[in-house]
Design a protein around this ligand. Structure first.
Ligand SMILES: C[S@@+](CC[C@H](N)C(=O)[O-])C[C@H]1O[C@@H](n2cnc3c(N)ncnc32)[C@H](O)[C@@H]1O
Length: 297
């Protein structure tokens, strides 16, 4: 396999219980659902959820005939599977987004929420994602915005050394990046997407507000503020809707999902406990309903 940039490891992570459940983040969770409902076509054929984690948002995609939950962490995928079940509607794949095992043009939608902030090489990741989508397919991307009001204020007060107006990504903790909106939109275009719409989220993400104001009211106000993105994005989180451009052959939405991530061979032989590549001979485990493309057997 070609070498991948560093990947953050959520294997064995308690992300669900340490970060979400009972951790006072209902405001963030609910506003993200509002944004998804606003941006994503409600129905479709096959949606690829990139960095799906424990499937927190997967039920938002119930209008799609099939949902592929893809994540580098088998721990989190297993939690998702326990919650969502094991029927053909959900496909679970452990894989690296930098080396996607998904055939070209087999999806008509993709989402990636709270994930790209872990990527040192955004162009490489976006090119991989673009290739999985049929022309006209929709990609909902959330990113952490370095040009947010708090960062601007801290910079102006000289309490932060990096410049929020500078276009380059800032790595504030190892493998945690904030991005300038212009950088992200230009990189999306370079990867073969047409950015269509943005929403500004989480302007009200302040401990004191979340403690004092009922969540429903915060969510209501946030839902109005989301639309201010057309005037300028200064919120900590930005949701974007992007359309896959290009003149590839007609979509293969009914074709086989998986390709070999090592050599790119488009057809794999599925056996009971493995997928076998007829071209390079590599074999990839199927473990209790999770296709594992992280390392060959
Ligand atoms: C902060 S969590 C977000 C999970 C989910 N999207 C949510 O909002 O609840 C980030 C997720 O991205 C996954 N991830 C990070 N880098 C990845 C990569 N290169 N390939 C696949 N998954 C990756 C992690 O394993 C983790 O589950």
């Amino acid at each position: 396999m070609t070498t991948s940039p560093d990947v953050i490891d959520y294997e064995g992570s308690g992300y669900r219980t340490d970060f979400w459940e009972g951790k006072g983040r209902d405001y963030e969770d609910q506003t993200e659902r509002v944004a998804i409902r606003r941006l994503l076509p409600p129905t479709g054929k096959r949606l690829l959820e990139l960095g799906a984690g424990f499937g927190r948002l997967t039920r938002e995609y119930d209008g799609y005939e099939q949902v592929i939950l893809l994540d580098y962490s088998t721990t989190l995928l297993r939690e998702a599977q326990q919650q969502l079940g094991r029927d053909d509607h959900f496909v679970y794949a452990a894989a690296n987004i930098y080396q996607l095992p998904i055939n070209e043009g087999v999806c008509d939608a993709a989402t990636m929420i709270r994930v790209i902030h872990h990527f040192a090489d955004v162009p490489a990741a976006l090119q991989q994602i673009r290739s999985t989508l049929a022309p006209g397919g929709v990609f909902i991307l959330e990113f952490a915005n370095k040009r947010n009001l708090k960062a601007v204020a801290r910079y102006l007060l000289r309490r932060q050394d990096w410049n929020p107006f500078d276009r380059e990504p800032v790595e504030f903790v190892k493998l945690n990046f904030d991005f300038h909106p212009a950088y992200m939109l230009d990189t999306l275009k370079d990867a073969g997407f047409t950015p269509e719409k943005q929403l500004s989220l989480s302007y009200l993400r302040l401990g004191v507000l979340k403690r004092v104001v009922p969540t429903g009211i915060l969510v209501g106000i946030d839902s109005l503020l989301q639309h201010t993105a057309s005037l300028g994005t200064y919120s900590p989180s930005v949701f974007t809707r992007n359309i896959a451009t290009g003149n590839e052959p007609p979509a293969l939405l009914d074709g086989p999902i998986f390709k070999c991530p090592a050599c790119g061979e488009a057809s794999l032989n599925e056996e009971t406990d493995r997928m076998a590549c007829q071209n390079c001979g590599k074999q990839w485990a199927i473990e209790d309903g999770i296709y594992n493309f992280k390392e060959p057997l």
